[in-house]
Design a protein around this ligand. Sequence first.
Ligand code: ARG
Length: 461
Amino acid sequence: TPVSLWGGRFAGGPAQALQALSQSTQFDWRLAQQDIAGSRAHARVLRTAGLLSDDELTGMLEALDVLAEDVADGTFLPVLADEDVHTALERGLIERAGPELGGKLRAGRSRNDQIATLVRMYLRDEAKVVAGLVLDVTDALVAQAEAHPGAAMPGRTHLQHAQPVLLAHHLLAHVWPLLRDVDRYVDWDVRAARSPYGSGALAGSSLGLDPEAVASELGFDGAVENSIDGTASRDVVAEFAFVSAMLGIDLSRLAEEVVVWNTKEFGFVRLDDAYSTGSSIMPQKKNPDVAELARGKAGRLIGDLTGLLATLKGLPLAYNRDLQEDKEPVFDQVDTLTVLLPAFAGMVSTMTFDTDRMAELAPQGFSLATDVAEWLVREGVPFRVAHEVAGACVQECESRGIELWDLTDEDLATISEHLTPQVREVLTVGGSMASRDAVGGTAPVRVAEQLEAAKEKIAEF
Ligand code: ARG
């Protein structure tokens, strides 16, 4: 028998069209265990307030345990007439505890404070899961960096050859933003750790219920300070959505590089067969679909964020039914990230680098010109002049189709009196990288330290 939560003042049930529009069990059922946990905590404060006897509390908790099991093994499911997860579970409770006892639990709480609490509980758990999966990706990147300590590659700006860098330095440049994303989930949790339970519909409860007791039983740091804020705000949900979208973007930027590195023209990486796909028509194809899907999913994760922000934008206080739209975007983000991240980690950990090709390309495109200029500065030449001289070297080489290190002693002397043959010492990829040895630079000693720092940071989580 369907249970309506508001029979009293209504002459009839909802139109079928309203029911279809209103229904949320198809997505909020995943909050069922959190709802039952909230009910257990609520039953205890009803007891403390003298609104349930000891026996009633025992009976209530037993019925909730049975309900929790029936939900877990799928024996109890929502039906069409259940508007949302709360409605369905009240029906389930009444079926198990009887209408007399089962009907007492709703006192002093509203679906408005319930749902605001449940979504926080759910996201707090999932943030830890997602963050753990991100750390699998950073582990994979760190392992690749560690496996290629001396390998050089062309560092780029504007996608043009800029200066040679260590492959490990470049890989770690993807690790740090991902670790900041994990940090963001951790920071976010501080704000998510406030429980709206006890806010009621918007104004709080008159029944002497203790929101702090409920909060601590549900693993929160405390109750919200304001019942209107507790039921009406969703900035905590939106912030989760931002962190998840940012994570998607950080993955997507690496994904884009993998796609490019994997082309014939670059030839920097080969993807493992287990993380590549073929073509139904072109027998030779091996495609980087994991990376492409990561790039594509980033668009979806951003859409989830922007859709939610748009939903929130014009809402007056306190609760409005629009807020029911807060859940699907973040549920979609959780689902998206939990399938994407393991595949992404697998792709990264199994890809192989053609370090010979990368090393060969590292000094090309006159990427050592800055080293010539900086060598001149160390010789006492003002940088403005040094920049001109190095530029003249590039022009000379370009017109003759040669590289900087092909310039003879006479060529150098003709370009500038400052260019003695010693300048050749910096015209190697190894020399160039070793010279960038301040904190954060690409010198192998610094990158080795950086690698340890990244591992330490990962171990802290
Ligand atoms: N299902 C709603 C939501 O997800 C909670 C119920 C509040 N409904 C209401 N009519 N006050 O936000």
